[in-house]
Write a protein that binds this ligand. Structure first.
Ligand SMILES: [Fe+2]
Length: 180
């Protein structure tokens, strides 16, 4: 997908360029954390803020895919293709749970983010390869799906229905260690 398509106005993007833009945002956040980690100056406050944002964005993004993108792929091509992706989302949630139980000055904090970043990069490569390829070849209406994804994202950010509310609550859960 050309960079121009990824930066097209929201209404003109197809579902895959929308998801790619979300993936790029997640990768940028991890990169930002890695830069912060490599600085000599210790800044636990900024690390906590960034880690909290990474956790929230990842949780909302995973819910968006599970509530809008994966069902569309499953309907068009069967659900077996999604097994790995769902396990990868569960692994991300476990790591996020672990991260939320650590203080930023804990020696395991940086290592947990590093593993989460690695998992996420692997997961994104898998999605943009196998799943995006399938979404393109199985006849999904990618413009319509883009509208559904945009609407779902708004619902998840606001928690406007039962599914969205549960995912919103999990994504924005208060963490005593990261929110202090
Ligand atoms: Fe995903």
């Amino acid at each position: 997908m050309a960079a121009a398509a990824r930066h097209a106005p929201l209404g003109q993007r197809d579902a895959l360029s929308l998801l790619r833009a979300e993936h790029d945002m997640l990768l940028r956040l991890f990169h930002e954390y890695e830069l912060l980690q490599s600085c000599q100056a210790r800044d636990d406050g900024r690390k906590a803020l960034l880690a909290r944002r990474i956790c929230r964005e990842l949780m909302v993004h995973a819910a968006l895919e599970e509530q809008a993108f994966y069902p569309a792929v499953a309907q068009a091509a069967g659900s077996a293709l999604l097994d790995d992706a769902l396990v990868e989302h569960d692994a991300q949630r476990l790591l996020i749970g672990q991260l939320r139980s650590l203080y930023p000055d804990d020696p395991c904090f940086g290592a947990t983010i590093a593993v989460l970043a690695e998992e996420t990069r692997h997961h994104i490569a898998h999605e943009q390869g196998a799943l995006f390829g399938c979404a393109r070849s199985c006849g999904l209406d990618l413009q319509l799906l883009a509208q559904q994804l945009a609407a779902r994202r708004k619902a998840l950010e606001r928690g406007t229905d039962a599914h969205a509310a549960a995912a919103h609550a999990a994504a924005f859960a208060w963490s005593p260690r990261l929110d202090e």
